[in-house]
Design a protein. Structure first.
Length: 336
């Protein structure tokens, strides 16, 4: 795959009115989701749920790409088609989560480092043969008890850049995800400071490791108050401080920023995304790569029952349509 194709894929993922569905929950994580609807997590039930999402008629109008878990990339739909083909028939570009999870960072109490670099080159080549055209790696940075340390930010930024370079070598667009977690009682200004430092460090590492910025996407957190902060910043403050932070740190060569929802409710994430897009023209496309903020209503409607598939698809499409409107700065709460 030549350079132009990688840039084309990156731009297609942040096309107007579209964003990315994060459907890459690990087996353990999706079990927790299924537990909330009293549904047993099996290979078949996980396949049924994700097939429900990918086969919703018209979903390609709002979803440009979907990040998958390893299992999903290899599964077939009930009609025998690979799920990847089902997605592509809807105009959805298949992507793949390639990290192996966050593990305790040595000599750093309470901090994590994302693993998965061993054998990554071979895995990326296989994933591309299976149909993936982009990938994702998530680094986790927490605030509280004196954290994050410079050490934690540096090692995670280094791993993100190594991953991104290997992706581009293999012909995959890397989504670089340094997530500053919402968990904690910190205020929005502390989130701003940590996010700014993390992003500066990440882009320094990307430069050192020769990653082509035009061939990647950034998947960051919004600058937002901690979940337990007694004073929660309003929508306008979140939007303005997030955009200011990114203007200070993200090169204009990056085609797009696809925000994670990070534990926000569907409505909250949509309002924040809308406010950022209403601020005017930005150097990059401002889009979404939401997981729960796109899926929560669909999952609650489905309840693991075949007779609820149509209603769950309708709930998913409704949420996707609202998120798409926010991506264009055209959302209002009346649409809910």
């Amino acid at each position: 795959m030549d350079d132009l194709e990688l840039e084309d894929i990156a731009l297609a993922l942040v096309a107007p009115s579209k964003g990315i569905l994060a459907a890459d929950e690990s087996t353990g994580t999706i079990k927790k989701r299924f537990d909330t609807i009293n549904t047993v997590s099996t290979a078949d039930s996980r396949r049924d749920y994700r097939e429900l999402l990918f086969s919703a008629k018209g979903v390609g109008d709002y979803i440009s790409g979907a990040i998958l878990y390893d299992e999903t990339l290899r599964q077939t739909a009930k009609d025998g088609r690979p799920l990847v083909r089902l997605m592509m028939d809807q105009g959805i570009i298949p992507g793949i989560k390639v990290d192996t999870g966050a593990k305790p960072l040595a000599f750093a109490d309470g901090e994590l480092v994302t693993e998965g670099l061993d054998g990554l080159r071979d895995r990326l080549n296989e994933y591309r043969q299976l149909g993936a055209r982009f990938a994702k790696w998530r680094a986790v940075i927490s605030i509280g008890n004196g954290n994050p340390s410079e050490y934690c930010i540096n090692v995670n930024a280094h791993a993100l850049a190594r991953y991104a370079a290997l992706c581009q070598e293999a012909g995959l667009v890397p989504i670089v995800e340094p997530e500053v977690l919402m968990d904690g009682d910190h205020d929005i200004d502390e989130c701003y400071a940590v996010t700014e430092t993390a992003l500066k460090t990440v882009f320094d590492e990307l430069y050192k490791q020769r990653v082509v910025l035009e061939q990647m996407l950034l998947k960051p957190n919004m600058v937002i108050s901690g979940t337990d902060c007694p004073v929660q910043a309003d929508v306008e403050e979140v939007a303005s401080k997030t955009m200011y932070c990114f203007e200070q740190t993200v090169p204009a060569a990056v085609p797009g920023i696809v925000f994670l929802s990070g534990g926000q409710s569907e409505k909250q994430a949509t309002e924040h995304l809308n406010a950022m897009n209403q601020m005017g023209k930005h150097p990059w496309e401002i889009s979404y790569s939401f997981g729960r903020a796109l899926q929560a209503s669909a999952l609650a409607t489905w309840q693991g029952k075949a007779e609820n598939v149509s209603a769950a698809q309708a709930a998913f499409l409704h949420r996707a349509k609202l998120t798409s409107a926010a991506r264009d700065g055209e959302y209002s709460t009346d649409m809910e």
